[in-house]
Design a protein around this ligand. Structure first.
Ligand code: PEP
Ligand code: MG
Length: 756
């Protein structure tokens, strides 16, 4: 079948379907007629509809061709048989020889043994599977792609019939394992820590499309083009708004959307769907369904981010077509919204009213995804990879999101609700207490001062300096703006970001770390060769030294941004001193270039290295002669010392940072830097852990850089601690296993009312 023929065939079928739907009768009668019509039209001996019932069971609701006695009797669990497989993967299946497929489940009451081929598609609505539509043939028929498309289009019409609530009760259609009143606990991955109690808001609520079948195809194509133009204008306006223009990276994020809104392939697929007889909104939804089906299959993180951008864009486009206020900021939000989504782009998150947004739960998502990065910066708890989220949580469900251990309580029972409410109250009180002392020095009871700095990566982080009273930014992860942009930022764009960061820091020191891309920090626009083990692969200054123009461009931007102010630059993943020398030489070239071009040189320039690769430890003395400062990256150092991947949950907590090897190592680094008078800091997660910090202070660390929310608790801990007493006690712990050291420090703190 060629494409045009396929489209006109589909169009005819949709017209007939519309007529059936418009006729009176019960929903069951209409469904019976629909399966008859499809069987005749698609030249199939069988057409059946299976409907998802409570408990994730697919029930045969109507059939043409199978035995009528099987209707409302034959049931398959999701994942069981070919029909169950289509539902569990939410993707079509076309098999010329279905009976020999390993998943084929024979049901004698249906009399299906005589049918050899099978094609089925999920009936999808709002990303959820409502049922499965199947055709079967006696002969071994090879179904064409166009036929699958046609059946998918028909399934969209059926989705509306099923969602009408006549065939099965609306209660049963409602997500929630069939019983909306039962509490439920879902597990997920913590993408941003914190706690939230609130009301579920579906990011892409189910839309009831009023009309699926087009009256006039040309008119629908025109509506689509108009809506796309409107959407582009709206994005442009958003980008031009003063908030965003000042906000830095938000702009880059929106530029990605604008670029996608021009994507010919995406638009053409929608036009093709209109040509099969769908209205513009139904066509957008059809392509969105396809995108979501692909998203379930794709494991590549770049591609997933791109597909989720397209998914968001489809939501925006639907808004323009239907005119409903259902996206982000425009929606009426409860005061305690916890947003539920399959996945989300960062721009979508920024659309929500921050005052009302308590948390976010995603069915997909990864720690390195853009939305997680922005949510962490905004201190919004996020749970990702919450399996079954969209099929189990409905709009308005009460939720308790536990973003420390990765749990989501749906319709939590009273006692859980109480526990959350108490914790939140306690947290609020603690926040007030931290705010009250933010301008007091972080000094121990015996007078030892610790410099508390924050780690930042986005311009929206920088105001945290004032909020927390931190001394400066100990680690500015410059790769993050690169990760949320749609193309490599040029020197000018980079300089603009760094300049704004320095402006916003208002004279407090900022340590800019040069690009640490690679490993878990992926740039969507940068295709790289697959690596078996990217954490130990081509990343950070290894890339920079192989592509010196890249590093020079960044150094140039930093010099421009400093514009006569103090500048601190740090190189990541230094493995050998020679690498530091090579980076430093590139910096000298840029300094020379800047001097020649009358760029105002920094008032002072400090150059340092991250200590995070074990090999460097054996060259520490040579390194310390060359650097102005070092900063220990305990996250990477730990993963390399223990050969335990930092992003693999089963191993990343296996070894404690307070284990003898690590403690000895951290002590040696401190001794060496003290001996040479070189500034030392630690900027990994360990710095934000009060017990870890107690150990570090005993080892001689006086400068810690951590996530902004850790600063308050750390200041309070330090102010309640007598370091001399702790150091005496610490001497007794030498050589004990990590967990024993941790326990001992915790007891010490509790006994002496040290606030950990
Ligand atoms: C570290 O490795 O400890 C560190 C601070 O760098 P990042 O977490 O960005 O790799
Ligand atoms: Mg690191």
């Amino acid at each position: 079948m060629n494409q045009a023929l396929g489209q006109s065939g589909a169009r005819m079928l949709l017209k007939r379907l519309r007529n059936v739907m418009a006729r009176g009768g019960t929903a069951q009668q209409r469904l019976n007629q629909v399966v008859k019509l499809i069987a005749a039209d698609m030249v199939a001996e069988v057409c059946s509809t299976y409907v998802m019932r409570a408990g994730e069971v697919l029930e045969l609701f109507a059939t043409e061709g199978l035995k009528q006695e099987a209707v409302h009797k034959t049931r398959l669990r999701v994942g069981e048989g070919l029909v169950g497989d289509i539902a569990s993967h939410a993707r079509p299946l076309a098999l010329a020889d279905a009976q020999h497929h390993p998943l084929y489940a024979y049901r004698p009451e249906t009399g299906e043994e005589i049918y050899q081929s099978l094609m089925g598609v999920p009936i999808l609505r709002g990303g959820r599977v409502l049922g499965v539509l199947v055709i079967q043939n006696k002969t071994r028929r090879q179904y064409a792609d166009e036929e699958i498309e046609t059946l998918e289009t028909v399934a969209m019409v059926l989705a509306e019939l099923l969602a009408g609530g006549e065939l099965i009760s609306p209660e049963e259609l409602r997500p929630g394992d069939g019983n909306a009143l039962l509490p439920l606990r879902l597990e997920g991955l913590v993408l941003s820590p914190g706690l939230a109690l609130g009301t579920a808001v579906l990011h892409a609520p189910e839309l009831r499309l009023q009309q699926l079948v087009a009256e006039d195809t040309d008119q629908e194509v025109e509506r689509l083009h108009r809506a796309i133009a409107e959407m582009r204008d709206a994005i442009d306006r958003l980008m031009a708004s003063s908030d965003l223009a000042a906000g830095g990276e938000h702009r880059d994020v929106l530029e990605t959307y604008r670029m996608f809104a021009e994507d010919k392939g995406w638009i053409n697929r929608q036009i093709e769907a209109i040509n099969t007889g769908l209205t513009a909104e139904a066509a957008v939804q059809k392509v969105q369904n396809d995108t979501r089906a692909r998203m379930r299959e794709v494991t590549d993180p770049y591609l997933r981010e791109r597909l989720s951008d397209l998914d968001d864009l489809a939501n925006r486009l639907l808004k323009h077509l239907i005119g409903g206020d259902f996206a982000g900021a425009a929606r009426h939000l409860p005061d305690d919204a916890i947003v539920i989504a399959r996945n989300m782009g960062p721009a979508e998150l920024l659309d929500y009213d921050r005052q009302k947004l308590r948390g976010l739960a995603l069915e997909e998502g990864a720690a390195a995804s853009h939305v997680a990065i922005v949510a962490r910066a905004l201190d919004i708890p996020v749970l990702g990879r919450c399996g079954g989220l969209l099929s189990r949580v409905g709009e308005g469900d009460p939720l308790a999101l536990e973003g420390d251990h990765g749990q989501l309580f749906v319709r939590p029972p009273e006692d859980i609700h109480q526990v959350f409410a108490n914790s939140l109250r306690q947290r609020a009180l603690r926040q007030e207490a931290y705010a009250a002392v933010k301008n007091l020095p972080a000094v121990t009871r015996d007078g030892v001062e610790i410099a508390l700095n924050i780690n930042a990566g986005l311009l929206i982080d920088v105001p945290q300096l004032a909020v927390t009273g931190a001394a400066g930014i100990g680690l500015y992860r410059t790769e993050i703006p690169f990760m949320v942009a749609h193309e490599f930022p040029d020197t000018h764009r980079q300089a603009e970001i760094y300049r704004k960061a320095l402006d916003a820091a208002e004279g407090k020191p900022v340590v800019f770390r040069t690009l640490d891309i690679g490993s878990d920090k992926v740039l969507p626009y940068w295709q790289r060769a697959e690596e078996e083990n990217p954490a130990m692969g081509w990343r950070a200054i290894r890339i920079a030294l192989d592509r010196p123009a890249l590093l020079r461009q960044q150094l140039r931007a930093l010099l421009l941004a400093a514009d006569g102010r103090d500048l601190r630059i740090m190189f990541p993943m230094v493995t050998e001193v020679a690498e530091f020398d090579a980076c430093r030489a590139l910096l000298d070239l840029e300094l020379q270039r800047a001097g020649e071009r009358q760029v105002r040189l920094p008032a002072s320039l400090q150059v340092g290295a991250m200590v995070e690769v074990p090999a460097l430890l054996w060259q520490l003395d040579e390194l310390l002669k060359r650097v102005d400062f070092i900063s220990v990256g305990s996250n990477d150092l730990k993963q390399f010392i223990y050969a335990a991947d930092r992003s693999t949950p089963s191993v990343n907590d296996r070894y404690d940072l307070l284990s003898p090897a690590m403690v000895r190592l951290l002590g040696q680094i401190a001794e060496a830097s003290l001996a040479t008078g070189t500034s030392l800091s630690l900027c990994g997660e360990m710095a934000g852990d009060p017990v870890g910090a107690m150990a570090l202070m005993c080892l001689g660390y006086r400068n810690l850089s951590m996530t902004p929310p850790s600063v308050g608790p750390m200041r309070v801990m330090i102010r309640s601690l007598h370091l001399g007493q702790l150091c005496e006690y610490w001497a007794r712990l030498v050589g004990l296993p990590g967990t024993a050291v941790r326990n001992a420090l915790e007891h010490f703190a509790r006994d002496r009312e040290i606030a950990i």
